[in-house]
Design a binder for this molecule. Sequence first.
Ligand code: GLA
Length: 389
Amino acid sequence: MLLAHAIANTFRQHFQGEPLMVRAPGRVNLIGEHTDYNAGYVLPAAVDKEIFFAVALNQTDTIRLVAHDLNKKFSVAAESVQRSNTGWANYLLGVVAQFQQRGIAVPGFDCVFGGTIPMGAGLSSSAAVECGLAFALDQLLGTQLDRLTLAQMAQKAEHEFALVQCGLMDQFASLFGRQGQVVRLDCRSLQYEYFPFDTTAAQVVLCNSGVKHSLASSEYNTRRQECEQGVAVLQQYEPTIQSLRDATPELVRAHEQELGDVVFRRCLYVVEENLRVEAAGRHLLAGDLAAFGREMYASHAGLRDLYEVSCPELDVLVAAAQQAPGVFGARMMGGGFGGCTINLVAPNQVEAFIAHQTAAYQQQLGLELETYTASIVAGVGEWIAPTAE
Ligand code: GLA
């Protein structure tokens, strides 16, 4: 049975009425890591690892939530929504609070959700949960908020209820994804451009390190602060600098002493990564996957050595990919400290690549490797059951 049907059935078991069905994808990011909150560029895409929702207003004052995968329930009075001690519920409650903060009354509703996005794998399951509910409530309440507003509300939910000071990339990718295309977002102007991604030339393969680092959110917030410190120092010399987006590697290098070792390396990584995203976009348009892949390897080296958000397992996977057949490029993906590597692989070599990576991970670390071949899909939308079921 399709997972979406199972979610709809769970809804019917717990609640009355016919739910609105919504699908919200996770994301990959080809390049542009830790650049979003520095007003830079990112190059993500929505993928076929998704969360499904069954949602309906229930004519009461109570919000009732069911996590299908965890087999857990949570309810709360709609008027007293606040951050709870239940981690999974907070992503949903955070979204409700965003509607309420805009003066939109949220009545009682029922929601069952579950999906295929592995948790803690760096595929943004949390953004998918937030964006899916934001879209569903917008539909059910008739608020007609645009997708950018929904993405920003979902991002604020993450800030206020999950306490991660994330940028906009994940929520943007989940809501703005297009089938077969990657999207380059300028996180300052919020202008974006789609690029076709030719899956006959390269497949996106993800290697899940299986590492879920408990430091991820605290270190994430620390990186953000270090970047802000860097901006404050550089501003003393170049008053026009508003964010690291405005700085160049030359400027950062010229102020190495004043920045201090750690902040210097954080800043240098970010300014170089922005240049890599721009170059990568040109390579993608030119169909030069080898050159694109070199930017990915350079991105990984920067994340490992300068930004220091990688971990030994991710480094082993990227080093192994460099020796594997048919690989254009590889790097760690997302916030870091675990999760997946993203690999661009020639389609006829995908099987050999997976076998190579699995063997290397086993031999070098004694660990089992989970891999996924990702397809690029459309962003959040209503899910309609296929007719020929
Ligand atoms: C996490 C955050 C994003 C982004 C990435 C790193 O996924 O949610 O906003 O900062 O890390 O690029």
